[in-house]
Write a protein of this length. Structure first.
Length: 134
């Protein structure tokens, strides 16, 4: 949902029709809140279960997305005051966020599927066929 909301906010900003700025801000703020909540849950889970931090591409990408979730709105807020050189970095980093977040999410799903496969050591033994004539 964070990905959908942030993408929607980017599309609204790109089209700039009607009263676009308040809609852009509201939808982006909702997306950022959901994204930061997700980062918070991840941090809690890592601490609670003693998992390694930043041990996979998904985790490193998640850290980068978390940083962008803080930096992009700050640049947008500061850059919205008149002609400001921060507008361009805001737009570039926002596009980076919108492109990176779904890649990180898919990497997380793939990592989960990989980790949820039973390993040969923990897999149940395959029953052998009964011997002929028994």
């Amino acid at each position: 949902s964070m990905v959908v909301l942030c993408t929607t906010a980017a599309v609204i900003a790109r089209r700039r029709s009607g009263n676009w700025l308040p809609r852009h801000r509201l939808i982006a703020a909702l997306g950022v809140c959901l994204g930061l909540a997700g980062v918070g849950v991840m941090v809690f889970e890592k601490i609670e279960h003693g998992y390694a931090h930043f041990a996979s591409p998904h985790a490193i990408g998640g850290l980068l997305v978390g940083i962008l979730l803080v930096v992009v709105p700050l640049l947008g807020f500061v850059g919205s005051r008149g002609v400001n050189p921060l507008r361009k970095p805001h737009r570039i980093l926002a596009r980076t966020l919108v492109a990176l977040a779904p890649v990180v999410a898919i990497a997380g799903v793939l990592r989960y599927l990989q980790l949820s496969k039973p390993s040969p050591e923990t897999a149940a033994p395959v029953p052998s066929e009964p011997a002929a004539g028994s």
